[in-house]
Each structure stands twice: as structure tokens, then as C-alpha cells.
Design a protein around this ligand. Sequence first.
Ligand code: SAM
Length: 173
Amino acid sequence: MFRFSCIFLIFFTPTHAKTNEMYGEITHQCVLDIVQKFSLVKQDTVVDLGSGNGNACFYFSPFVEKCIGYEIVHERYQKSIENNNTTNTEFYWKDFTTLDTIEASVLFTHSTMFDKHLLQNASDLIHRSPTIRIVFSQKALPNMGNRERFYCKFSWSGHVNTEIYVYRPHEEL
Ligand SMILES: C[S@@+](CC[C@H](N)C(=O)[O-])C[C@H]1O[C@@H](n2cnc3c(N)ncnc32)[C@H](O)[C@@H]1O
């Protein structure tokens, strides 16, 4: 019986469980609301830190010049490139904490599962990247100054609106 249980577990453990991370996505409607409320334009470049299967970039791509996603889990990165039917979206299999700087005007991160070190890394990266005019983060980022409040739905939040933290990190410069 024990042997049977082990075999069952090996074959039926979902692949995402191997990464020991929860996976969730922004909804299409939420991206449409962001684009409209914060006036994203065709000249914008969006970067998604932790791009997963790529859906956030696919939703942003019709409204902006380019969307770039960085994802650390290879199978998700692989899915994002397989699903990419756009001409203005690029994905990289990369740990974003290894980036020196980012050349984008808009930064999005669905940071729900980021620990405080990862949040600090994201914040440091944003501070090193002067072209970023607006940041959308599912979790509060340290040392980012005042935030604006914005609410919308994520794949896991059902009918409940979830807060997105909105920052304008270089506005005072
Ligand atoms: C909740 S998913 C978001 C997917 C997508 N951005 C969306 O909203 O639809 C967060 C992703 O961040 C990735 N991630 C976590 N740490 C990372 C790191 N240091 N560098 C790149 N990606 C990371 C996870 O593997 C996961 O796929």
C-alpha cells in the first residue's frame, strides 16, 4: 500500500508543485483597467518581473510598444514563448535579481509570493532604472514613497477586488 501511494504521488503531483510556489495571474480586465486609468500609450514599454506563462504581457501588448517578461521557472518561460503570438513581446528565462537595470517606462509585478528580500531587490532595481515612470505591484514595495490605491481582480481573487500598489518612483526627479 505504501509503495502504491508513493508511485501515485510521483505520477500525480502537479508540475507547479515542484517549484513550491503558488501561481496566479492578473486578469485581462485588470490590465484593461490599468491601461485606461493610468493612460498607458503606444510609446510605453512594459516590463513584467515574474512573467510566468506570459499572460500579463499578452494582455498589455496591444496597447504599448513592447512588453518584456522575466521568469525564473523554466517550464513557465517555455510556455510563454510557445504561446507568444505577438510581435512586440519578448520573454527571458532569468532571475530578475541579476539585472543591472531595466529600460522601460512601466513596471508590473505580480509579487504576491515574493519574500521581503525579493521585494527589496525589485525596489532596488526600480531605483536603478530612471526611465520607469510608473510601477504596479500586487504587494507593497519597500522604500518607494507614496502609493496610489487601485483595485482589480486576479485569477485567484474570485469576485473580490485586490489592491494593486501604484508608485511613481522618479516623479520628483
Ligand atoms: C504569480 S506569477 C505571475 C505571472 C504573471 N506576471 C501574471 O500576472 O499573469 C509570479 C511569477 O514570478 C516568478 N518569479 C519568482 N521569483 C522570480 C525571480 N527572482 N525572477 C524571475 N521570476 C521570478 C515565479 O516563478 C512566478 O511564475
